[in-house]
Design a protein around this ligand. Structure first.
Ligand SMILES: [Zn+2]
Length: 309
């Protein structure tokens, strides 16, 4: 499968899309090595004096720098919220080239810094970087190739969702913030196509594409005995999904243990919650969450100033 991404696939979502590649695609043309070019201006994430004020200017090459900063923030948030640990990763489609994506080199999300972000082709080949990549980077490229509407992907091994990857009990959204996982969460069993002797990891592009086929048009796919992959139109939305998916699974399991009948959200409730205007990227409610998570993770200084703040 080599389906090309649509360069005009996703509508702009708000001021910075919090943060979609499409929302930044109007920037001036840059060289393919723009990520590497962004590195010299990268501050130490712990440097409190490095206020990124220039990153709120109109679309310029600094939008790639902004995307990289947000990707670092997303890494730190997911680590601090215990969605990922030593393993797991988050990516976003490249702001200026939808056939590439941005992902850290092989490093635990809690330690990811600006200089760790690498540009990859959808087949998982690094651009101008020789450092070891994540073995499972093919999850990201497989999904971006299959889903032009998707601009950010998370892969994690959260214990809370794992029972649903090996049980006939389907994961459902049961709490309001669980709505983001969607009404249907398919399970991908690597053994179905790749046999009973794999190590369960998505270690080549064929496996990444097969996982993307199982994800289909949904927002989340469980990986049998392994973890999950989540996909969204923006970095903010995929972080939100990944933060609340384990919480939703935890509540679902607790309710099942009570022994009574569990009532999941209805399709109408899911659609209303997900489509509600108050929770779109760049709304005050969305920015409130992003700032809260970033501050807890110690990386709020990497965010641009909030309008009206
Ligand atoms: Zn994994």
């Amino acid at each position: 499968m080599s389906k090309k991404s649509n360069r005009c696939a996703s509508p702009v979502i708000g001021r910075r899309g919090f943060i979609t590649a499409a929302s930044l695609a109007g920037a001036a043309a840059l060289t393919p090595s723009v990520v590497a070019e962004a590195m010299p201006i990268a501050p130490d994430p712990t440097n409190k004096a490095a206020a990124p004020s220039k990153l709120v200017a109109d679309a310029t090459s600094s939008d790639v720098e902004l995307a990289i900063r947000y990707l670092v923030v997303a890494n730190r948030i997911l680590a601090h919220e215990n969605v990922v640990d030593a393993y797991g990763h988050v990516s976003m489609r490249h702001p200026l080239n939808p056939e590439h994506y941005l992902l850290a080199r092989s490093r635990s999300p809690e330690q990811v810094e600006i200089g760790d972000i690498v540009e990859y082709t959808l087949d998982g080949e690094p651009i101008n970087d020789t450092r070891p990549p994540y073995l499972e980077r093919f999850i990201h490229g497989g999904i971006y190739a299959a889903r032009p509407d998707i601009h950010a992907v998370v892969h994690a091994h959260s214990e809370e969702v794992l029972p649903f990857s090996i049980s006939t009990t389907k994961l459902r959204p049961v709490i309001h913030d669980g709505a983001f996982i969607g009404a249907e969460v398919p399970v991908w069993d690597i053994a179905d196509k790749f046999g009973p002797d794999t190590d369960l990891l998505v270690s080549n592009i064929a496996q990444g594409r097969d996982l993307a086929r199982r994800l289909a048009g949904n927002s989340m796919v469980l990986m049998r005995g392994h973890g999950f992959a989540a996909a969204a139109p923006s970095l903010y939305e995929v972080v939100r999904l990944a933060v609340y998916a384990p919480k939703n699974a935890h509540v679902f399991q607790a309710a099942l243990l009570l022994g009574g009948k569990v009532k999941p959200l209805s399709k109408g409730e899911i659609a209303t919650r997900v489509g509600g205007p108050s929770l779109k990227p760049d709304t005050p409610a969305a920015m409130r969450a992003w700032e809260y998570w970033a501050r807890r993770a110690g990386v709020a200084d990497l965010l641009p100033p909030r309008p009206g703040k």
